[in-house]
Design a protein around this ligand. Structure first.
Ligand SMILES: [Zn+2]
Length: 349
């Protein structure tokens, strides 16, 4: 099976009423963990790489690892996605490398830190859409600004400072033609999302619902959606780590989002915690060990467990074989003839 367009994967998720986890990768073991979890749960997958990951792993290594995943698991649809592209050039390079989806995060300027203006965001995102769609590549945009920083990317601060305005979201989607839209509803990147236990009203679900009603064909994306489970934090701290107490986004909140148009859920922190906890445990309890496989294997298994759990919770489990992949060339035709339009509902304007 060739790499699949993320648009197709999310369109299918919308039909089936489920969400798809988008898991970040930097190395071979993380890709193996995701694929093993996908096989275990029979799930379609989105594998995503940030700019930091592309620099760390080197583009060619990373891309060939994805091809290997594709070769070894032909029954699993895989979309390869650029996470948080900071510029047209970053997205263009991912598309030229063979990624089937890119995020142009124009909510921030090219430095990945300073919030941009609405017009700047529209202009750069539209430019990426105009380059990507004729090539059959999916585009995710972002409107509003998330809290926190991850991989050096982010405006910092709390997730409640720049909540997405539904009117702006609709105008943004209409003017850019993005396939998927990341919205800011109170989530933050990184491990330290909330400093007290979330009470079930941590996310601005009314904003999400308002946007979904008017943009039913634009797939909504939740970033910063790790749940930061206490048991994973505890393993790290039990074996010499020093994490401060923190809370993530409860899975029930994500599931509420999925019932209201969220089709892509970004998860990175939970996997980082699982890997680090597993490695710490081995090094702390058996300090005589020095073969990297002695700790990389449990680390990979710990990540697989988290990913498989999320795939089941998001509802994508069992759906890998629901559909045949449409070729990227066919997807490009769909954009050209208007059958893949994401324009807002006229009645809702
Ligand atoms: Zn993000």
């Amino acid at each position: 099976m060739p790499l699949v367009s993320m648009r197709q994967l999310l369109d299918e998720a919308a039909k089936g009423g489920y969400g798809v986890g988008a898991f970040n990768v930097n190395d071979m073991e993380q890709i193996q963990a995701i694929m093993a979890a996908a096989k275990e749960t029979n799930s379609p997958v989105i594998i995503q790489a940030s700019r930091g990951a592309r620099a760390f792993a080197q583009d060619r290594f990373l891309f060939h690892l994805i091809l290997a995943a594709n070769e070894l698991y032909p029954e699993i649809p895989i979309a390869m996605h650029q996470d948080h592209g900071n510029s047209f050039e970053t997205c263009k390079s991912a598309i030229e490398l063979g990624y089937t989806s890119v995020m142009m995060d124009g909510s921030l300027k090219e430095d990945g830190k300073t919030p941009s203006t609405f017009e700047e965001n529209v202009a750069v995102t539209k430019k990426v859409v105009d380059f990507a769609h004729p090539r059959g590549v999916t585009v995710e945009g972002e409107i509003g600004v998330l809290g926190g920083v991850e991989d050096g990317h982010g405006a910092g601060g709390s997730g409640l400072e720049h909540i997405t305005d539904p009117d702006q979201a609709v105008e943004f989607a209409e003017r850019t033609g993005v396939d998927a839209l990341a919205i800011a509803i109170g989530t933050s990147h990184g491990a330290y999302k909330f400093s007290k236990k979330p009470d079930g009203s941590v996310l601005k679900m009314d904003v999400l619902i308002a946007i979904h009603k008017r943009l039913p064909n634009t797939h909504l994306v939740m970033h910063g959606s790790s749940s930061v489970p206490k048991d994973l934090q505890d393993i790290i701290n039990q074996y010499g780590g020093k994490l401060k107490e923190t809370w993530g986004v409860p899975v029930e909140e994500i599931q509420l989002g999925i019932r209201n148009g969220v089709r892509k859920v970004n998860v990175d922190t939970d996997n980082r915690l699982a890997i680090t906890g597993a490695i710490r445990k081995v090094l702390w309890t058996t300090p005589e060990k020095f073969d990297p496989r002695d700790y990389m294997k449990p680390a990979r298994e710990a990540m697989q467990k988290v990913v498989a759990t999320r795939m089941t919770q998001f509802g994508q489990a069992g759906h890998a074989g629901d559909y045949k992949p449409i070729s990227i060339a066919q997807i490009a035709k769909g954009y050209a003839d208007g059958s893949l339009t994401t324009q807002p509902l006229v009645a809702a304007r």
